[in-house]
Design a protein around this ligand. Structure first.
Ligand code: OGA
Ligand code: MN
Length: 292
């Protein structure tokens, strides 16, 4: 019997799950406790884990079907993959490490702006699970934002202004701002490629409303002039990204952190160039986005 213990971070979101060994099968009652904690705290951290890609995929698959890895940045060559063939389609490598002159993973060591994973897809993933294999001594912390709180505290005029509105989520660039393979630069946000989603979404499990912003670059609110869209987006983003809605994860080797993309945004601090950081990530197929 595993003795699971949920310890909230005390911040705007997030909890540690103690007493669970992810290298072993997890019984249904423990899994139900994990699901419950996830629904309450939005981000869960399992520390001190020792898992390989098969174990990461097996645990991830408890939350739904695995989703395919995102399209890599131009210049990143997956033929250098460090992953076994079976894992390549499902496990994304996020790394600053350069091996034989080539990066072993995506996203380097630079800052990642606030974003929701793969929200530029029509069916954005419900969850992402990120497992730390190597971490730098400092820097590279990952911040999470509680998008329920961001919505609930939105001033009434902004709530009214975004009600029923949809926004484009840019598929051409990754969260580091790099152009993905096969995409062109776009200057007019009305031409931004990517999925269109409601700005307020209803969480299919909790039934609560959350702001759904995706990422700021390339965003455009349908039906508004570019100028009005920019002004409204700036105001909503300024509100949503306040520190009071955020909690930061300082990584240690063996941490597995999972977040709910339906009600959480995240970002990453830069870290020293040349420092090694290696993470493996899975993502879980989502359901159609419900307008809030
Ligand atoms: C991700 C991501 C953050 C990090 O994997 O989706 O945004 O800390 N990573 O590397
Ligand atoms: Mn991300």
């Amino acid at each position: 019997m595993s003795d699971i213990w949920v310890q909230p971070t005390g911040g705007a979101l997030g909890a540690d799950i103690h007493g669970v060994d992810l290298s072993r099968p997890i019984g249904d009652s423990v899994f139900q406790r994990i699901l419950q904690a996830w629904s309450e705290h939005l981000v869960l951290r399992f520390s001190g884990q020792k898992i390989d890609d098969d174990m990461l995929m097996a645990f991830s698959a408890r939350f739904g079907d695995l989703d395919r890895v995102p399209i890599a940045a131009a210049g990143f060559d997956r033929t250098d993959s460090v992953l076994p063939k079976e894992a390549e389609a499902w496990v994304a490598v996020i790394s600053s490490i350069v091996h034989n002159g080539k990066p072993v993973g995506g996203l380097g060591s630079y800052e990642l702006v606030w974003h929701t994973d793969m929200s530029y897809n029509p069916l954005p993933p419900r969850a992402s699970l990120l497992y730390a294999l190597e971490v730098p001594p400092d820097g590279g912390n990952t911040g999470f934002l509680n998008m329920y709180s961001a919505y609930e505290t939105l001033p009434d005029d902004l709530k009214r202004a975004i009600e029923g509105r949809t926004c484009i989520h840019d598929s051409s660039r990754n969260s580091a701002g790099e152009l993905r393979k096969g995409y062109q630069r776009t200057l007019d946000v009305r031409q931004t490629p990517g999925a269109v989603h409601p700005l307020v979404r209803k969480h299919p499990v909790s039934g609560r409303k959350a702001l759904f912003l995706g990422r700021r670059p390339g965003a455009y609110i349908h039906g508004l002039s570019v100028e009005d869209s920019e002004t409204l987006l700036d105001a909503v983003w300024q509100h949503a990204t306040q520190e009071r809605f955020a909690w930061y994860q300082k990584w240690r080797i063996g941490d597995l952190v999972m977040w709910d993309n339906r009600c959480v945004m995240h970002r990453r601090d830069a870290f020293g160039e040349g420092l090694r950081r290696l993470m493996h990530r899975t993502q879980i197929v989502g359901e159609p986005v419900l307008a809030g």
